[in-house]
Ligand binder design. Structure first.
Ligand SMILES: Cc1ncc(COP(=O)(O)O)c(C=O)c1O
Length: 303
Protein backbone atom coordinates (compact mmCIF):
# COMPACT_ATOMS: atom_id res chain seq x y z
CA UNK A 1 0.00 0.00 0.00
CA UNK A 2 1.16 3.57 -0.68
CA UNK A 3 2.71 5.47 2.20
CA UNK A 4 2.91 9.25 2.69
CA UNK A 5 6.10 10.69 1.29
CA UNK A 6 5.22 14.40 1.35
CA UNK A 7 3.62 16.53 4.06
CA UNK A 8 2.48 20.13 3.84
CA UNK A 9 3.40 22.83 6.36
CA UNK A 10 2.13 26.38 5.90
CA UNK A 11 1.45 25.75 2.22
CA UNK A 12 4.83 24.17 1.37
CA UNK A 13 5.38 20.50 0.58
CA UNK A 14 8.33 18.77 2.22
CA UNK A 15 9.49 15.19 2.88
CA UNK A 16 7.12 13.58 5.39
CA UNK A 17 9.85 12.85 7.95
CA UNK A 18 11.19 16.43 7.89
CA UNK A 19 8.13 18.09 9.48
CA UNK A 20 9.03 19.95 12.71
CA UNK A 21 7.25 21.99 15.37
CA UNK A 22 8.99 23.56 18.39
CA UNK A 23 8.12 21.75 21.65
CA UNK A 24 7.51 25.13 23.29
CA UNK A 25 4.90 26.08 20.64
CA UNK A 26 1.50 26.78 22.20
CA UNK A 27 0.16 23.96 20.05
CA UNK A 28 2.10 21.61 22.33
CA UNK A 29 2.23 23.36 25.70
CA UNK A 30 -1.46 24.39 25.85
CA UNK A 31 -2.97 22.22 23.09
CA UNK A 32 -3.81 25.36 21.08
CA UNK A 33 -4.78 23.30 18.05
CA UNK A 34 -7.95 22.67 16.08
CA UNK A 35 -8.09 20.00 13.43
CA UNK A 36 -10.14 18.11 10.89
CA UNK A 37 -10.11 14.57 9.56
CA UNK A 38 -11.30 14.39 5.95
CA UNK A 39 -11.45 11.72 3.31
CA UNK A 40 -10.74 11.80 -0.38
CA UNK A 41 -12.35 8.76 -1.99
CA UNK A 42 -11.12 7.26 -5.23
CA UNK A 43 -13.73 7.66 -7.93
CA UNK A 44 -13.88 4.32 -9.78
CA UNK A 45 -12.66 4.24 -13.41
CA UNK A 46 -11.18 7.75 -13.24
CA UNK A 47 -7.98 9.32 -11.96
CA UNK A 48 -9.98 11.50 -9.66
CA UNK A 49 -10.53 11.71 -5.93
CA UNK A 50 -13.65 13.03 -4.29
CA UNK A 51 -13.04 15.13 -1.19
CA UNK A 52 -16.16 14.65 0.89
CA UNK A 53 -17.93 17.77 2.19
CA UNK A 54 -14.84 19.95 2.20
CA UNK A 55 -16.64 23.30 2.79
CA UNK A 56 -18.42 21.89 5.84
CA UNK A 57 -15.12 20.66 7.30
CA UNK A 58 -13.49 24.04 6.69
CA UNK A 59 -16.46 25.86 8.20
CA UNK A 60 -16.13 23.80 11.40
CA UNK A 61 -12.38 24.44 11.45
CA UNK A 62 -12.93 28.18 11.04
CA UNK A 63 -15.38 28.33 13.94
CA UNK A 64 -12.93 26.38 16.10
CA UNK A 65 -10.19 28.88 15.22
CA UNK A 66 -12.50 31.77 16.00
CA UNK A 67 -13.45 30.38 19.40
CA UNK A 68 -9.80 29.69 20.18
CA UNK A 69 -9.06 33.30 19.12
CA UNK A 70 -6.43 32.44 16.55
CA UNK A 71 -5.35 35.65 14.81
CA UNK A 72 -5.80 34.38 11.26
CA UNK A 73 -8.05 32.03 9.30
CA UNK A 74 -7.93 30.02 6.07
CA UNK A 75 -10.61 29.88 3.41
CA UNK A 76 -11.96 26.89 1.52
CA UNK A 77 -10.33 27.83 -1.81
CA UNK A 78 -6.89 28.03 -0.24
CA UNK A 79 -7.31 24.72 1.62
CA UNK A 80 -8.68 23.02 -1.50
CA UNK A 81 -5.62 24.14 -3.43
CA UNK A 82 -3.30 22.90 -0.66
CA UNK A 83 -5.04 19.53 -0.36
CA UNK A 84 -5.02 19.05 -4.13
CA UNK A 85 -1.25 19.60 -4.22
CA UNK A 86 -0.76 17.36 -1.17
CA UNK A 87 -2.76 14.46 -2.59
CA UNK A 88 -1.13 14.64 -6.03
CA UNK A 89 2.35 14.77 -4.48
CA UNK A 90 1.74 11.53 -2.56
CA UNK A 91 0.47 9.59 -5.61
CA UNK A 92 -2.07 7.51 -3.69
CA UNK A 93 -3.58 4.44 -5.30
CA UNK A 94 -6.31 3.90 -2.68
CA UNK A 95 -8.63 6.17 -0.68
CA UNK A 96 -6.93 8.95 1.25
CA UNK A 97 -7.44 10.04 4.85
CA UNK A 98 -6.36 13.62 5.49
CA UNK A 99 -5.41 15.21 8.79
CA UNK A 100 -5.51 18.98 8.77
CA UNK A 101 -4.13 20.67 11.90
CA UNK A 102 -4.17 24.41 12.58
CA UNK A 103 -2.31 25.64 15.64
CA UNK A 104 -0.36 28.38 17.34
CA UNK A 105 3.15 27.61 16.23
CA UNK A 106 4.62 30.50 18.21
CA UNK A 107 5.84 30.27 21.77
CA UNK A 108 4.30 32.57 24.34
CA UNK A 109 1.72 32.73 27.09
CA UNK A 110 -1.62 30.98 27.41
CA UNK A 111 -3.51 33.79 25.68
CA UNK A 112 -1.08 34.26 22.77
CA UNK A 113 -3.07 34.32 19.50
CA UNK A 114 -0.36 33.74 16.86
CA UNK A 115 1.57 33.15 14.74
CA UNK A 116 -0.77 30.50 13.40
CA UNK A 117 0.50 27.59 11.32
CA UNK A 118 -0.99 24.55 9.67
CA UNK A 119 0.01 21.05 8.69
CA UNK A 120 -1.81 18.75 6.29
CA UNK A 121 -0.95 15.07 5.98
CA UNK A 122 -2.40 12.45 3.63
CA UNK A 123 -2.34 8.78 4.57
CA UNK A 124 -3.94 5.48 3.68
CA UNK A 125 -6.41 3.90 6.07
CA UNK A 126 -6.81 0.19 6.73
CA UNK A 127 -10.24 -1.26 6.17
CA UNK A 128 -12.03 -0.57 9.46
CA UNK A 129 -12.49 -3.50 11.81
CA UNK A 130 -15.94 -4.54 13.02
CA UNK A 131 -17.72 -3.83 9.73
CA UNK A 132 -18.98 -7.40 9.43
CA UNK A 133 -19.07 -8.43 13.08
CA UNK A 134 -20.27 -5.20 14.70
CA UNK A 135 -18.78 -3.57 17.78
CA UNK A 136 -19.18 -4.43 21.43
CA UNK A 137 -19.51 -1.12 23.26
CA UNK A 138 -19.40 -0.41 26.96
CA UNK A 139 -20.92 2.69 28.53
CA UNK A 140 -18.01 4.61 29.98
CA UNK A 141 -17.77 5.93 33.50
CA UNK A 142 -15.85 8.88 32.05
CA UNK A 143 -18.37 11.65 31.36
CA UNK A 144 -18.44 13.43 28.02
CA UNK A 145 -17.06 16.95 28.26
CA UNK A 146 -19.58 19.68 29.03
CA UNK A 147 -20.20 22.44 26.50
CA UNK A 148 -19.51 25.13 29.10
CA UNK A 149 -16.17 23.57 30.07
CA UNK A 150 -14.41 22.39 26.90
CA UNK A 151 -16.94 22.51 24.06
CA UNK A 152 -17.12 19.21 22.14
CA UNK A 153 -18.72 21.15 19.26
CA UNK A 154 -15.28 22.34 18.16
CA UNK A 155 -12.63 19.88 17.13
CA UNK A 156 -9.79 20.94 19.37
CA UNK A 157 -7.07 18.45 20.27
CA UNK A 158 -7.56 19.14 24.00
CA UNK A 159 -10.99 17.46 23.82
CA UNK A 160 -9.35 14.17 22.94
CA UNK A 161 -7.91 13.71 26.43
CA UNK A 162 -11.48 12.92 27.45
CA UNK A 163 -11.86 10.56 24.47
CA UNK A 164 -8.57 8.80 25.21
CA UNK A 165 -9.55 8.07 28.80
CA UNK A 166 -12.78 6.45 27.62
CA UNK A 167 -11.03 4.40 24.91
CA UNK A 168 -8.48 3.01 27.33
CA UNK A 169 -11.08 2.19 29.94
CA UNK A 170 -13.14 0.34 27.32
CA UNK A 171 -10.08 -1.63 26.17
CA UNK A 172 -9.11 -2.54 29.72
CA UNK A 173 -12.66 -3.76 30.30
CA UNK A 174 -12.60 -5.93 27.17
CA UNK A 175 -14.87 -3.84 24.92
CA UNK A 176 -14.22 -2.76 21.33
CA UNK A 177 -15.15 0.81 22.16
CA UNK A 178 -16.89 3.20 24.52
CA UNK A 179 -20.12 5.13 24.56
CA UNK A 180 -20.06 8.27 26.68
CA UNK A 181 -22.82 9.95 28.68
CA UNK A 182 -23.28 13.66 29.35
CA UNK A 183 -22.83 14.98 32.88
CA UNK A 184 -26.66 14.69 33.12
CA UNK A 185 -26.46 10.97 32.31
CA UNK A 186 -27.88 11.16 28.77
CA UNK A 187 -26.28 9.38 25.83
CA UNK A 188 -23.73 11.60 24.08
CA UNK A 189 -21.34 9.98 21.59
CA UNK A 190 -18.41 7.62 21.20
CA UNK A 191 -14.85 8.96 21.66
CA UNK A 192 -14.37 9.63 17.93
CA UNK A 193 -17.79 9.03 16.38
CA UNK A 194 -21.47 9.86 16.73
CA UNK A 195 -24.18 7.41 17.74
CA UNK A 196 -27.46 6.35 16.12
CA UNK A 197 -30.01 3.78 17.23
CA UNK A 198 -33.16 2.33 15.71
CA UNK A 199 -36.15 1.81 17.95
CA UNK A 200 -39.55 0.68 16.73
CA UNK A 201 -38.65 1.57 13.16
CA UNK A 202 -37.49 5.13 13.94
CA UNK A 203 -33.92 6.37 13.57
CA UNK A 204 -32.83 8.28 16.68
CA UNK A 205 -29.63 10.17 17.49
CA UNK A 206 -28.60 12.38 20.42
CA UNK A 207 -29.37 16.03 19.68
CA UNK A 208 -26.64 18.58 19.09
CA UNK A 209 -27.18 19.71 22.69
CA UNK A 210 -25.95 16.33 23.95
CA UNK A 211 -22.30 17.48 24.09
CA UNK A 212 -21.42 15.99 20.71
CA UNK A 213 -19.21 17.11 17.88
CA UNK A 214 -21.51 18.38 15.13
CA UNK A 215 -20.52 15.52 12.90
CA UNK A 216 -20.63 15.91 9.14
CA UNK A 217 -21.27 12.20 8.70
CA UNK A 218 -24.17 12.43 11.17
CA UNK A 219 -25.65 15.23 9.07
CA UNK A 220 -25.15 13.16 5.90
CA UNK A 221 -27.00 10.21 7.45
CA UNK A 222 -29.87 12.38 8.71
CA UNK A 223 -30.26 13.88 5.25
CA UNK A 224 -30.04 10.59 3.36
CA UNK A 225 -32.37 8.78 5.75
CA UNK A 226 -35.04 11.38 5.10
CA UNK A 227 -34.51 11.14 1.35
CA UNK A 228 -34.51 7.34 1.28
CA UNK A 229 -37.41 6.65 3.63
CA UNK A 230 -39.46 9.87 3.69
CA UNK A 231 -39.18 9.73 7.49
CA UNK A 232 -37.22 12.27 9.55
CA UNK A 233 -34.52 11.05 11.92
CA UNK A 234 -35.29 12.05 15.50
CA UNK A 235 -32.69 14.24 17.19
CA UNK A 236 -33.34 14.27 20.91
CA UNK A 237 -31.87 13.36 24.25
CA UNK A 238 -31.58 9.60 24.86
CA UNK A 239 -31.68 8.03 28.31
CA UNK A 240 -29.08 5.38 29.05
CA UNK A 241 -31.71 2.72 29.71
CA UNK A 242 -33.19 3.33 26.25
CA UNK A 243 -30.03 1.87 24.75
CA UNK A 244 -31.20 -1.57 25.81
CA UNK A 245 -34.45 -1.16 23.86
CA UNK A 246 -32.58 -0.52 20.59
CA UNK A 247 -33.25 -2.84 17.64
CA UNK A 248 -30.14 -1.59 15.79
CA UNK A 249 -27.29 0.77 16.57
CA UNK A 250 -24.26 2.17 14.76
CA UNK A 251 -21.46 4.69 15.04
CA UNK A 252 -20.56 7.18 12.33
CA UNK A 253 -17.76 9.56 11.48
CA UNK A 254 -15.35 10.43 8.71
CA UNK A 255 -12.71 8.04 10.00
CA UNK A 256 -15.04 5.30 11.25
CA UNK A 257 -17.53 5.72 8.38
CA UNK A 258 -20.51 3.60 9.50
CA UNK A 259 -19.81 0.86 12.04
CA UNK A 260 -22.54 -1.43 13.35
CA UNK A 261 -22.88 -1.89 17.10
CA UNK A 262 -24.11 -5.34 18.10
CA UNK A 263 -23.80 -5.29 21.90
CA UNK A 264 -23.86 -2.57 24.55
CA UNK A 265 -22.73 -3.46 28.06
CA UNK A 266 -22.59 -7.09 26.86
CA UNK A 267 -26.34 -7.05 26.13
CA UNK A 268 -27.36 -7.73 22.51
CA UNK A 269 -28.64 -4.82 20.44
CA UNK A 270 -31.79 -6.29 18.88
CA UNK A 271 -30.78 -9.78 17.80
CA UNK A 272 -27.11 -8.98 18.27
CA UNK A 273 -26.51 -8.84 14.50
CA UNK A 274 -25.79 -6.10 11.99
CA UNK A 275 -29.21 -4.52 11.34
CA UNK A 276 -30.87 -4.04 7.93
CA UNK A 277 -31.19 -0.25 8.17
CA UNK A 278 -27.54 0.01 9.24
CA UNK A 279 -26.50 -2.02 6.17
CA UNK A 280 -28.71 0.04 3.85
CA UNK A 281 -27.40 3.38 5.14
CA UNK A 282 -23.83 2.12 4.95
CA UNK A 283 -24.19 1.06 1.33
CA UNK A 284 -25.84 4.33 0.44
CA UNK A 285 -23.06 6.29 2.20
CA UNK A 286 -20.37 4.62 0.09
CA UNK A 287 -22.33 5.22 -3.10
CA UNK A 288 -22.65 8.89 -2.21
CA UNK A 289 -19.05 9.55 -1.11
CA UNK A 290 -17.62 7.90 -4.23
CA UNK A 291 -20.11 9.47 -6.58
CA UNK A 292 -21.59 6.11 -7.63
CA UNK A 293 -24.90 7.72 -6.85
CA UNK A 294 -25.29 11.02 -8.76
CA UNK A 295 -27.15 12.70 -5.92
CA UNK A 296 -25.57 15.41 -3.79
CA UNK A 297 -22.78 16.32 -6.20
CA UNK A 298 -22.41 19.47 -4.04
CA UNK A 299 -20.91 17.25 -1.33
CA UNK A 300 -18.06 16.08 -3.57
CA UNK A 301 -15.10 18.24 -4.48
CA UNK A 302 -13.36 16.46 -7.34
CA UNK A 303 -9.63 16.72 -7.54
C1 LIG B 1 -15.74 13.20 18.99
C2 LIG B 1 -16.16 12.95 17.59
N1 LIG B 1 -17.45 12.83 17.30
C3 LIG B 1 -17.88 12.63 16.05
C4 LIG B 1 -16.99 12.52 15.00
C5 LIG B 1 -17.48 12.39 13.60
O1 LIG B 1 -17.42 13.64 12.97
P1 LIG B 1 -17.36 13.76 11.39
O2 LIG B 1 -18.52 12.99 10.88
O3 LIG B 1 -17.51 15.21 11.11
O4 LIG B 1 -16.07 13.19 10.99
C6 LIG B 1 -15.62 12.60 15.24
C7 LIG B 1 -14.66 12.47 14.16
O5 LIG B 1 -14.09 13.38 13.70
C8 LIG B 1 -15.19 12.85 16.57
O6 LIG B 1 -13.89 12.96 16.83
Amino acid sequence: MWQPTQIMMNGDLMPYEDARLHPMALAVTYAATVFEGLRAYQVPDTNQFSLFRLPEHIRRLQVGMKLMRFDRSYDTDYIRDCLTRLIRANEPDTDVYIRLLVYIEGTGLLATTGPVGFTAAAMPRDKPKFVDTGMNLGVSSWQRLADNASPPRIKTTANYVNARLAVHQAKADGYDGALMLTPEGKVSEAPIACFFMVRDGRLITPSTSSNILESITRDTIITRYQELTGDAAIERSIDRSELYFADEAFLCGTGQEILPVTTIDRLPVGEGKVGPLTSQLRQDYFDIVRGLSPEHSEWRTLI
